[in-house]
Structures are given as structure tokens and as C-alpha cells.
Design a binder for this molecule. Structure first.
Ligand code: ATP
Length: 259
């Protein structure tokens, strides 16, 4: 059984078919990338998996169970965490506080227990702190742990967003353009982290990314899309060599990314 399966998924926005009969499966333990020119449907696929949109047709399954009868707020609890293209963190809160928010789905205590700070609540709090401290160490965020997000450089914020998703202890991590806006050096760091997330944490990664150097460095498999349709699926090399993929990029705004 694949970890995540999309089967004949279609979504239309008015007259635009953003995702057109798309099927693919992500296997446990792999890094799988979605690539394609602007408007190909990549972010819409993430929003479908996150249950922000209902597909017009088709099914989306996680660990064999359909996600279509789930609400968006249930998705993290099932073990799917995501980052956003436009970083979504609490600006006036510290790195530590932002990561603790990621632990929300693990909270088992009730409001009365929290009011009286019972031994159970204390133990639970310790467990959350430990999990978050591990993520802080893992992502080298120690120097920033008490700093407010508002004062942090863009590259660090992106790492914090990845940390918040990891603090959920997901089985599947959805990374929406993890390298966008980053320097070459920062992108290399992201590549190392993705490798470690896969190898050391055993987390499966599905990512949307325009930077083909990052895609080639970390992905086991890649699916290329254009105009909502699947063009090719395979190793990064196979997909980059595919004539349909080359043609889709030529003349698009993203021609340089494909080079
Ligand atoms: N909420 C929406 N309402 C109407 N049309 C939308 C909406 N979201 C996306 N679209 C359209 O659906 C198509 C796919 O968009 P999507 O954002 O998924 O592409 P993408 O591959 O993620 O592009 P990019 O690389 O630019 O982020 C585009 O034609 C887009 O204009």
C-alpha cells in the first residue's frame, strides 16, 4: 500500500481545469517532487491533499483511507504536515512558541487539568518541550529559539516553518517551494535537511519546487505537470530528458528553471 495515492483527481475553477485527471502514488520513505511551469496545478494538488479544496472527481487516499470525508483541521492529526509558499508563522511570537503551536494536535489534556496544572499536564508539557527542542537542535535553530519571527531573516523563517511542520511528527511532509527566495548556500542547506528528514527521521516528503538543482539533488521520483495534466513521471533525469517536459517549459516563464 502506498502512503499517499491520488486517483483520477480533477478540480475546476470556473472554466479553468486546474487539475485534470491526475493520478500518482507516493511510497513510504521517498522524496517525491512535483514540478512544472507556473499555473501547472502543483499548489492546487497540495490544497487538495490538505482538504482546502474538494475535488470535482477522483479520490485521495492516505494510508489506504480516503481523505475526502475528512475536514482540513483533521489532516495534521492523521500525520500530514505542510509548509506554505508564503510563510505562515506567528510574527509576534518566538521560534519556540511557533514550534509549540505545531504540537497542538498531540494535546490530550483538558482545560480543567491545564488550569490546575496536574501531574499529567506537567508530563505532557515536558513531552511537547522535548519534541520541540529536538527539532530546534536538528535544524540548528538554537541561536534563534527565543527570538520573535518578525525580526528574523527570510532564510531562517523558512527553516522555522519547516520546523513547525516537523514538530507535528508527521508521516508525510508537504513542502511548498522550500527553496523559493533562498540563496544558493541556503538552498544547499535545505537539500541536506531534506535528506536528513528522510534518512534520520524516516519522514516521507512530497514537495513542490521550481529549483531543478534541489529537485535533482534530493528527489527519488519526480512528476512533471503542465496545464493541470501529468506529462511524465520517473527519476529526475528521466523527467528532465522527456521531450514533453522540455516542450512544456520552452516558451514558459520558467524556461530557465528547466535548464
Ligand atoms: N482559487 C483559485 N481560483 C481560481 N483559479 C485558480 C485558483 N487557484 C488556482 N487557480 C488556477 O488554477 C491553475 C493552477 O494553479 P496552481 O496555483 O495550482 O499552479 P502552480 O503549478 O502551483 O503554479 P505556480 O508555480 O505559479 O505556483 C492556474 O490556472 C490558476 O490560475
Amino acid at each position: 500500500m502506498s502512503l499517499l495515492e491520488l486517483e483520477n483527481v480533477t478540480l475546476k475553477f470556473g472554466g479553468v481545469t486546474a487539475v485534470d485527471d491526475v493520478s500518482f502514488a507516493v511510497e513510504e520513505g521517498e522524496v517525491f517532487a512535483l514540478v512544472g511551469p507556473n499555473g501547472a496545478g502543483k499548489s492546487t494538488i497540495f490544497n487538495l491533499i490538505s482538504r482546502i479544496y474538494d475535488p470535482f472527481a477522483g479520490d485521495i487516499r492516505f494510508q489506504g483511507q480516503s481523505l475526502l470525508d475528512r475536514q482540513p483541521y483533521e489532516i495534521a492529526g492523521l500525520g500530514i504536515a505542510r509548509t506554505f509558499q508564503n510563510i505562515e508563522l506567528f510574527e509576534q511570537a518566538s521560534v519556540l512558541q511557533n514550534l509549540l503551536v505545531g504540537r497542538h494536535k498531540h494535546r490530550k489534556s483538558n482545560p480543567v487539568g491545564e488550569m490546575f496544572f496536574t501531574p499529567f499536564v506537567r508530563r505532557e508539557e515536558k513531552r511537547h518541550r522535548k519534541a520541540v527542542e529536538e527539532v530546534i537542535d536538528f535544524l540548528d535553530l538554537q541561536p534563534y529559539r527565543e527570538k520573535f519571527i518578525a525580526g528574523l531573516p527570510y532564510g531562517v523563517r523558512k527553516v522555522v516553518e519547516m520546523g513547525r511542520a516537523l514538530a507535528i511528527e508527521p508521516k508525510l511532509l508537504l513542502l511548498d517551494e522550500p527553496a523559493s527566495g533562498l540563496s544558493v548556500e541556503e538552498t544547499q542547506d535545505v537539500a541536506f535537511w531534506i535528506e536528513d528528514i528522510k534518512k534520520l527521521m524516516g519522514i516521507t516528503v512530497l514537495m513542490v519546487e521550481h529549483d531543478m538543482s534541489l529537485v535533482s539533488a534530493v528527489s527519488d521520483r519526480v512528476m512533471a505537470l503542465a496545464d493541470g495534466r501529468m506529462l511524465a513521471i520517473g527519476t529526475p533525469e528521466e523527467v528532465q530528458r522527456d521531450p514533453k517536459v522540455i516542450e512544456a517549459y520552452i516558451g514558459s516563464d520558467d524556461a530557465e528553471d528547466a535548464a
